[in-house]
Design a protein around this ligand. Structure first.
Ligand SMILES: Nc1nc2c(c(=O)[nH]1)N[C@H]1C(S)=C(S)[C@@H](COP(=O)(O)O)O[C@H]1N2
Ligand SMILES: [Mo]
Length: 387
């Protein structure tokens, strides 16, 4: 049993790497694994689609990596988290104190970049940022303590007008400016029981690149709101003043160009919209006419995925996909598959997901195109041929 997925994975890697990602770099990380690399410094990389689809819980070694700056090397012995509060000196907690003073929680949740599937937007018109394919997403078991418990211990009480700002240890360089990574989330979300200060991923201590020794996990929100290498927390009456919070992860309408975009007028991206993607077969695949199994993921974020539909003709006719491994909770994804019959010729495979309150994805990426390439969640279309 143990060997089978590994062999399949190795095979898939070898086949798709050469043919489909010829233009994108590949990096062999220290432990030998290979990810498709958009940038080596800072490191930004994602697994191949079929590797992503091979495991409901994404292995840490196959988990996408999204960095804005350097990867800080922090010592667990000297690490301390500072919680700034008004009217009292800061509360400083060592890693040991965090682990012993608070109840441990494990939450399975998808981490998903707001730029996932940005490549589809590039196809319409160039956008800023790395051309992520469909794998800037992963599902993990996060273990840590509830951020709300720590905030309450620091004397914070619920107040929906407030924001929780996070400062990290990594330095980001953008447009010649150097600053530390920082973001904020509304206090309500910070107090929600599943929002964590996490020190472990899939049962092992966080790896350096995923935020060792401590990161925030904000389930259902864009990955940017889950800061890694956490240094300090401040409860304040405004969103974080950091450059990332103020200028990045803002959503604009398709007609707003980079030159005319006023960051103050963009909508802050927090909760992620419903999405789905076809992981197998991959775009450009040459298949045999006849039955073809299509596999992928769907993610509704805080809602259940009600059903998933697949089309083999660009969206004219649809069939219901089988939900292989339905979501465990509202924060995890649903794995689905569908058996299609392909005739000889070219086919546009399409997927769209529906949530439990009847919402689905936009049909066309042009309607949601934005110059930063965020929230690329239109029907996912994959062109294949049967020869
Ligand atoms: N400190 C810090 N936290 C960060 C980032 C970063 O660059 N620095 N990137 C964010 C973004 S945009 C995403 S999508 C997720 C990715 O988490 P991962 O690299 O563990 O997959 O981390 C978030 N947290
Ligand atoms: Mo991201």
């Amino acid at each position: 049993m143990g060997l089978l997925p590994l062999n399949r994975r190795t095979l898939l890697r070898a086949v798709s790497a050469a043919s489909l990602y010829g233009l994108v770099g590949r990096i062999a990380l220290a432990d030998g694994r290979a990810l498709i690399t958009h940038r080596a410094a800072p490191l930004n990389a994602e697994p191949e689609p079929a590797v992503l689809r091979a495991s409901f819980v994404t292995a840490v070694s196959d988990f996408y990596i999204r960095n804005h700056g350097d990867i800080p090397q922090l010592s667990p012995e000297t690490y301390a988290l500072t919680i700034n509060r008004s009217g009292a000196p800061p509360l400083v907690l060592t890693l040991g104190a965090l682990k012993t003073k608070f109840k441990e929680h494990t939450v399975m949740a998808v981490m998903q970049c707001a730029g996932n599937r940005r490549r589809d937007m590039f196809a319409v018109k160039p956008v800023a940022g790395d051309p992520w394919s469909l794998a800037a997403i992963g599902n993990a078991r996060w273990t840590g303590v509830a951020l709300g418990d720590v905030l309450r211990a620091a004397g914070v009480t619920a107040d929906s007008a407030l924001h929780v700002a996070f400062e990290s240890h990594d330095k980001v360089v953008e447009d010649g400016e150097t600053f530390t990574y920082g973001v904020s989330i509304p206090l309500d979300k910070a107090m929600a029981p599943d929002t964590l200060l996490a020190y472990a991923m899939n049962g092992a201590a966080l790896t350096t690149e995923h935020g060792f020794p401590l990161r925030v996990v904000t389930p259902g929100y864009a990955g940017c709101r889950s800061p890694k290498w956490l240094a300090a927390i401040t409860v304040q009456d405004k969103p974080s003043a950091s450059r990332i919070q103020q200028t990045s992860y803002k959503l604009f309408r398709p007609d707003v160009t980079k030159a005319m975009a006023d960051p103050d007028k963009g909508a802050t991206i927090n909760a992620m919209p419903i999405t789905s993607a076809i992981c197998e077969p991959v775009a450009g695949a040459q298949l045999k006419p006849g039955p073809c199994t299509v596999r992928g993921y769907a993610m509704a974020t805080s809602k259940r995925v009600e059903h998933v539909e697949v089309s083999a003709d660009g969206g004219k006719n649809w069939m219901r996909a089988h939900l292989d491994e339905p979501a465990e909770n509202p924060w995890t994804w649903t794995f689905w598959s569908a058996r299609l019959k392909l005739t000889k010729g070219n086919h546009e495979l399409v997927v769209r997901a529906w949530n439990e309150i009847g919402q689905t994805q936009p049909e066309n990426v042009t309607d949601i195109w934005n110059h930063r390439g965020y929230l690329s969640t239109a029907w996912h279309r994959v062109h294949v041929s049967a020869v």
